[in-house]
Design a protein around this ligand. Structure first.
Ligand code: AHR
Length: 500
């Protein structure tokens, strides 16, 4: 098999935010996962777990979405400000019916993002909130002058306005966010977004319109038909800067999705097929977006994606706590390669969810924390963030799978950074076949190459007892050739090369 790279042909900027994350008031994501409170025995800074913050900084977390998900359309931001002992307690009806004490609210979210050094993405409440409530939240967060909301913020201990980078106008409004028709949501969107004011003209908020579930192309078309406006010459933005889409990957077994760790080869390949299906979702929503916005000014925001398996035995079904194996790692590798290749349209993506929920990069248990195989992929891929995609093409790749299900065996993406260093990421989806690969560069003569690899059995995973079963390793089994690099890719693996 050959991988041709034309490092001279740049195809677009890979927004770092493609490597973003999502945190919801769901199960043990916020509480226990990210936030343990100042009084906790678990080492923390202003209530945020130090070990988790460190692990997320190691993967250069670029942006964090909060407070939901479905929770967002039931969240009333005023419940989460002011003295903690006076904050309202509520029932988290979506997720396990547990009591939410609102001890993590707006101030805590911005403090967490400050510690992480990442951009802020807040999702507003359209489903059960008012225009006034949303508009005042934006004022509370971002207005620096004299106003009722700015005064309230100051009374709660924060003098200066925060930098709000992204604001989502509702979440899944076709479902948990109000069961709306696309036409109805589109008209609400026009109204709500009007009051997402840009108080700081030098730092406009990137407005995200609530998008479709996976292959619901009618939603995208209807919403754009109603809401797409070219910005007036004097304006920086039209009605929206981004349009979201959600896409989850899982096996369907009647009422069940299948175990995260106990699965067979058919389930492996079925999952891979679903993961590869992200490309069609992007292409088809993208084609509709192109009809309205051929200049690609509006970003596609895949603000929820990842594997959704059955919860771990004995855990609350409403907490969506699942293990994470090599299968999840390869899904992440495949998906991030697809995002890179569509970086002309995909401007942000948030894996669901960052800690202890669905395809988490980190799991915690009391004081213990582990980095999942998916974390390893975000670590190995981090040099793609902010780099330029370059042209690449595989020749001689084929299909792999079982009698029931076949998928493409290898996929890749390639970028070049400001220093001219090329990053190649490759996934071998086969379970038993080594792949011999010759990388052919257009002009560059590599002076040296560094590699990292993640591989193991399809269901290999990390546990609190053995947290380093699946970790990236140095990869040195390559040779430099006249035209590039020659190597063998083990089965069930993800490889990253840095070519100097
Ligand atoms: O990520 C879990 C849930 O999945 C989110 O709350 C919702 O937006 C989606 O359906």
């Amino acid at each position: 098999m050959k991988l041709y790279i034309n490092e001279k042909r740049k195809k677009g900027y890979i927004a770092p935010e493609i490597y973003g994350h999502f945190s919801e008031h769901l199960g043990r994501c916020i509480y226990e996962g990210l936030y343990v409170g100042e009084g906790s025995e678990i080492p923390n800074e202003n209530g945020m777990r130090k070990d988790v913050v460190e692990a997320l900084k190691e993967i250069n977390i670029p942006v964090l979405r909060w407070p939901g998900g479905c929770f967002a359309d039931e969240y009333h931001w005023r419940d989460g400000i002011g003295p903690k002992d006076e904050r309202k307690r509520m029932v988290n009806t979506h997720w396990g019916g547990v009591t939410e004490d609102n001890s993590f609210g707006t101030h805590e979210f911005f403090e967490l993002c400050r510690q992480l050094g990442c951009k802020t993405y807040v999702c507003g409440n359209v489903g059960s909130g008012t225009v006034q409530e949303m508009s005042e939240w934006v004022e509370y967060m971002t207005f620096d002058g004299v106003s009722p909301m700015a005064e309230l913020r100051k009374r709660n201990g924060r003098e200066k306005a925060w930098k709000l980078d992204y604001f989502g106008v509702g979440n899944e409004n076709w479902g948990c966010g109000g069961n709306m028709t696309p036409d109805y949501y589109a008209n609400l969107y026009r109204r709500y977004q009007t009051y997402v004011r840009n108080y700081d003209k030098n730092a406009p908020i990137f407005k995200v319109c609530g998008g479709a579930d996976a292959a619901d192309y009618n939603w995208t078309d209807t919403v754009l038909h109603e809401c797409f406006r070219k910005p007036a010459p004097a304006e920086a933005h039209g009605f929206m800067d981004g349009l979201s889409v959600h896409y989850y990957v899982g096996v369907e077994k009647g009422q069940h999705k299948g175990s995260a760790t106990d699965f067979d080869e058919n389930e492996w390949f079925y999952t891979m097929k679903r993961a590869l299906g992200m490309e069609e979702v992007i292409k088809r929503h993208g084609a509709i977006m192109d009809q309205y916005d051929p200049e690609k000014k509006i970003g596609m925001i895949v603000d929820e994606w990842g594997c959704w398996h059955d919860v771990e035995t004995g855990t609350n079904p409403g907490f969506l706590y699942q293990q994470n194996t090599m299968r999840d790692a390869v899904v992440a590798g495949v998906t991030l390669n697809i995002f890179n290749k569509h970086c002309d349209r995909v401007k942000m993506a948030c894996i669901a969810q960052v800690v202890n929920v669905l395809q988490a990069v980190v799991l915690t248990e009391g004081k213990k924390m582990l980095r999942t195989p998916t974390w390893q992929i975000f670590h190995m891929y981090k040099n793609h963030q902010g780099a330029e995609l370059v042209e690449s093409c595989l020749e001689g790749s084929g299909m792999t799978g079982t009698e029931e299900i076949q998928v493409a065996d290898v996929n890749e993406s390639v970028s070049v950074d400001k220093e001219g260093i090329i990053t190649v990421t490759l996934n071998n989806l086969t379970l038993t076949e080594e792949k011999t690969l010759e990388i052919v560069l257009a002009e560059k003569k590599p002076s040296s190459v560094k590699g990292k690899i993640l591989h193991g059995a399809m269901n290999a995973h990390n546990t609190f007892e053995e947290p380093e079963n699946v970790v990236e390793k140095e990869f040195q089994e390559f040779t430099l050739t006249e035209r590039g690099i020659s190597l063998t890719l083990p089965p069930c693996s993800v490889l990253m090369l840095r070519i100097y």
